[in-house]
Structures are given as structure tokens and as C-alpha cells.
Write a protein that binds this ligand. Structure first.
Ligand code: DAH
Length: 341
């Protein structure tokens, strides 16, 4: 029996030595010290031995048991420290490396510009008003003095909806909407999305933004002179430089006197460049004195009130300021374009 114990010891030592990982080691443990392990078996068979043999064999078996336990524990520690060392090497982090830059997005150039326009007009005492994108024929046309079957309707290529409503072709309906509910004196701007049934090109989109303006007070108090002063102030703040403006006669059904407003080219200062088509001037908006019928349709007495209105394209404003050649850039979602703002 003692011989057997000795050979178990030698065999077990070899196997412990060879064990590559904790799993191997566990197998060795079970083989010798487990419930059905070889040493356990020896210990169980002690009862069949004679008293003297039992004492000797028992002592040897217990010593071996203790010995193997220590050996296995030691080996386990060795393996664990190897694993840790390896992990340390592999998972090493160079804290001196520069970090990865997380790109932060920003507002769309149209939103940025709209906010800037709103801010400037707010400083000039205007309130910012909102209105619906789906509009009735009444507000989009009739109430703006453009009756059914009048050729002036052709000025706006309109997208009609099945229910008889339409996508607003301009922000002007909000003049009426606002005056129905609010007594002058008033100063408002209405920025918003507008829609036209149009072929797209460098300066036309089916969907674009306008900013409507309206200032009304008692007759005689608000004139074209006020319009010129306010718009000049707005443009100088928006373009960040002194500008000149000029008015050219025009026609809009909802204004009388009507005009187009041009600004001295903020890019070349009237010297002539590609932005202004070498003319030195850039057309920016339509405007005029509010037509008496528009007051009437809004429930106001045209004998009592007077004011100016204007409408400009937001894209156009930015295109002039930033020398952008194509309105479609705003809607292509090309990150190379958007990143520049
Ligand atoms: N609504 C016009 C358009 O879309 C622009 C306009 C012209 C607005 C004259 C006005 C105005 O308020 O007085 O073409």
C-alpha cells in the first residue's frame, strides 16, 4: 500500500507540473482528492487493514493529501498570476495618447440665420409670430386681395391639397390672421416655410423659407420712410456693414404702392461681382403699403390704419451674405456644405 501511495504521489506531481490552466488543475484535484479520487479511495480502504498497517498507511495517505493540496494551491497561484500578467500586458492603456475627438453637431445654417433675423427684428420692437403651413384659399389669396379667377393668382404656382386647402405659397396670409385677432399698433415678423409648384434650379426650390414683416399704426404714423429706416437698420446688422437700399416700383395685389427693394451688394460694395451679376445691387424683397382691402378683410378700418408690409426669402439672405451659389445646397444634407457654418 505504501508503494502505491508513493507512485500516486509521483504521478500526481507530474500532472500538477504539467497543468496549463485552472481547468487542468481542477481535473488533477478531482482525480486524486475528489470524492472518487485515488487518495480518497486509499483513505476509505483503511478500515480493511490491520491496526499497524492502518496507522502507517493512514499517516502516509494523509500526508500525501496535505502535500498535494499545497502543491495544487501553489500551482493555482502561479497560473493566476500568469493570467494577470498577460492581461496587464494586453489591456495596457496608454494614458498619454491624445483622446478621440467627439464631433459635435450644430444648427442648420437656415436655423442659424432665422434666429439671427428674429433677434435683430426683436431688437427693433417686432414680435415673432407663427402661422400654419397648410392654408386656406381665403387666407392665401382672397383676403390678400387676390380674388378667384384673377390672373394675379398665377404669380404663385400653388400646390393644392385634395380637401381644397393648399400649401401656403407665401407667409403673407399671416398679416390677415394676425390683424383679425390683434388691434394695431403692431409690429410683427412671421418666419416660416413656404411651398411652390416649381421646377428646381439654382435659385428655386419647391420648399423654401420666407420672412414676412408687418408694421401698422394710425393713419399717417407709419410711412415708407419708416420702412426704409427699419430695413436699412436690419440689413446693416445682418450683413455687418453699412449698406444702401433702393426701391423699384413693382406690383403686388396686397399692397398699394408696391415696390421691390434692392440692397447695395454686400460682397463687392457696388463694384460689380458674380453675386450681384455685376450690377452692384441685389434684389432682396417685395414690399409696399398695406392695401385697404387687406385691412377690410382683417376687420380693420382702412380709414383709420396705415402700414407697410414686406416679404423676403431667408435662403436668399444667407446666399448673398455667404456667397452661396445654389439654393439646393440647403436641402441636400451634404455634410461638407453644412460643416462650413
Ligand atoms: N408674398 C410675396 C411673395 O411671396 C412677397 C411680398 C411682397 C410680401 C410684398 C409682402 C409684400 O408683405 O408687401 O412674393
Amino acid at each position: 500500500m505504501l508503494k502505491e501511495i508513493n507512485s500516486i504521489k509521483n504521478q500526481a506531481k507530474k500532472e500538477i507540473e504539467k497543468a496549463k490552466d485552472l481547468k487542468d488543475l481542477d481535473r488533477v484535484f478531482k482525480k486524486y482528492l475528489g470524492k472518487k479520487g485515488q487518495i480518497t479511495k486509499v483513505l476509505r480502504s483503511l478500515k480493511d487493514l490491520s491496526k499497524t498497517k492502518r496507522a502507517k498507511t493512514g499517516k502516509a495517505a494523509n500526508e500525501l493529501k496535505h502535500f498535494l493540496k499545497t502543491e495544487i494551491d501553489q500551482k493555482a497561484q502561479e497560473i493566476e498570476s500568469k493570467i494577470k500578467k498577460k492581461a496587464k500586458k494586453e489591456e495596457w492603456v496608454d494614458i498619454t495618447l491624445p483622446g478621440k475627438r467627439i464631433e459635435i453637431g450644430h444648427l442648420h445654417p437656415l436655423t442659424q440665420a432665422r434666429r439671427e433675423v428674429e433677434h435683430i427684428f426683436q431688437l427693433l420692437g417686432f414680435s415673432v409670430i407663427d402661422g400654419p403651413e397648410i392654408e386656406s384659399e381665403w387666407y392665401n389669396f382672397d383676403a390678400l386681395n387676390i380674388p378667384k379667377d384673377h390672373p394675379a393668382r398665377d404669380l404663385w404656382d400653388t400646390l393644392y391639397l385634395k380637401d381644397g386647402k393648399l400649401l401656403r405659397t407665401h407667409t403673407s396670409p399671416n398679416q390677415v390672421r394676425f390683424m383679425e385677432k390683434n388691434q394695431p399698433p403692431l409690429r410683427i415678423i412671421v418666419p416660416g416655410r413656404t411651398f411652390r409648384y416649381e421646377a428646381t434650379d439654382a435659385s428655386h426650390e419647391v420648399n423654401f423659407y420666407q420672412i414676412e414683416g408687418l408694421m401698422v399704426d394710425r393713419k399717417g404714423k407709419v410711412t415708407i420712410a419708416n420702412y426704409k429706416a427699419i430695413i436699412k437698420e436690419f440689413l446693416e446688422r445682418f450683413f455687418g456693414k453699412p449698406t444702401k437700399i433702393r426701391l423699384r416700383p413693382s406690383y403686388f395685389p396686397f399692397t398699394v404702392i408696391s415696390f421691390e427693394m434692392d440692397v447695395s451688394c454686400p460682397i463687392c460694395d457696388e463694384k460689380g461681382c458674380s453675386t450681384c451679376g455685376n450690377s452692384g445691387w441685389v434684389e432682396l424683397m417685395g414690399a409696399g403699403m398695406v392695401h385697404p382691402n387687406v385691412f377690410k378683410y382683417s376687420g380693420l378700418n382702412p380709414q383709420k390704419w396705415q402700414g407697410f408690409a414686406f416679404g423676403m426669402g431667408l435662403e436668399r439672405l444667407i446666399m448673398v451674405k455667404q456667397r452661396i451659389k445654389d439654393i439646393r445646397f440647403f436641402y441636400n444634407n451634404d455634410i461638407r456644405f453644412l460643416k462650413q457654418f
